[in-house]
Design a protein. Structure first.
Length: 143
């Protein structure tokens, strides 16, 4: 059963707000990393070695945070695409509806809880079918 238009509009608004906030965070992290890099490159005294190590740590942390935020942004963009396509709220794996409680917690969720658990365990159905196809191809090559 498709989700009501009002419900979809609510999730679209939530996703758009999250996307805007994340884009601001990523921009801030980029600026922090640039400032830290510039400070590291311009320091020359031996006492600056400790500061350089600290700056390098901050740069690494900023890059890791940026990667994490960018992954989340891709998930949000994927959810917005599903809204446009009319498939938002459906599990991409099994096609069952994703429970409203899950979407409230993770509006960018693309899998129902059951399929998410299977994916986390490395047991997603499509993946198993892919392996079966590969095994069949390997068996044919051996003959």
């Amino acid at each position: 059963m498709p989700m009501a238009k009002e419900e979809v509009a609510k999730y679209r608004e939530i996703l758009m707000d999250k996307r805007e906030a994340l884009m601001g965070q990523v921009e801030s992290l980029v600026q922090d990393a640039q400032r830290s890099t510039e400070a590291t490159e311009t320091s020359k005294s031996p006492l600056d070695a400790v500061e350089n190590a600290s700056d390098t740590y901050e740069q690494d942390f900023a890059f890791i945070a940026m990667e994490s935020e960018e992954v989340l942004l891709r998930k949000i963009e994927n959810a917005l695409r599903r809204i446009r396509e009319g498939t938002f709220g459906e599990c991409e794996e099994c096609g069952d509806p994703i429970k409203p409680e899950r979407l409230e917690a993770l509006p960018f969720a693309n899998l129902c809880v059951k399929c998410q658990v299977l994916e986390e365990r490395g047991l997603r159905r499509n993946r198993d079918e892919d392996f079966a196809v590969l095994e069949d191809a390997d068996a044919e090559e051996e003959v």
